[in-house]
Design a binder for this molecule. Sequence first.
Ligand code: 0O2
Length: 247
Amino acid sequence: MPDAGDLKQLRALTDEFTRFMLSYKFAVDEMMTKINILREEFSHRHDYSPIEHVSSRLKSPDSILAKAARKGCELTLAGIRSDLHDIAGIRVTCSFISDTYKIFDMIAAQRDVTVLQVRDYIKEPKPNGYRSLHMIVEVPVFLSDHVEQVKVEIQIRTIAMDFWASLEHKIYYKYNRAVPERLLAELRDAALAAGSLDVRMERLHDEVIALRDLGGADDGVMDARDIGRAGVPEALLRMLAVSRSAE
Ligand code: 0O2
């Protein structure tokens, strides 16, 4: 049975690990706020949002330990903090390839964000077909007695890239990392198809934007937040007046 000293030490270690994980949670909160502000402000200024979806996750303690062992990093919190870059992760899904670079630039331009590493798997896809734009950033987290610089991995990709990556991830784990060559070839093929779909969709989108800029018709829908702000057509007002006087 553990004695009081052991229990005290266990409690102190648990507390230290909890504070370690909390710093990553706070860093994710900071980055999510920044990204949501960019998303809202961009849609307000440009009438469309380059971001379709944002999600975040923290690596589980088991997965942190497994990756630290795999990378041969020093098994201390300081060693893990310095060598593991993706304990905190954010994924930003965009409609179009150009949007992924827009988001990247907007994040990198923030004064308190330091970009530590960039991996552009969109320009240079991985041999298996994986495409995504990765950045490791560091953000300050203001705690009660000190400021900590915390790393966050941000993956930015299109819907098609994300669809491919989540399917590939599932297949990879289903086959316990030993995926049959036939499936690997199909995945490479699907990645190429997703790549050309991205290019076609962006070209179509650019055409639609050009038409709209020439004064094309509106698309017939409105955001619920605009109720009360959008004007009511004169013909509709006249119709309401007629039906009211008939009541
Ligand atoms: P999980 O389970 O998603 O967290 P480094 O961290 O720099 O030592 P790493 O991890 O190879 O080296 O960096 P890289 O290549 O930037 O990959 C980081 C993350 O990108 C991975 O984290 C995956 O989430 C994703 N990723 C990279 N390559 C692939 C791929 O081929 N297919 C899919 N589906 N995702 C990929 P983890 O920790 O490997 O996995």
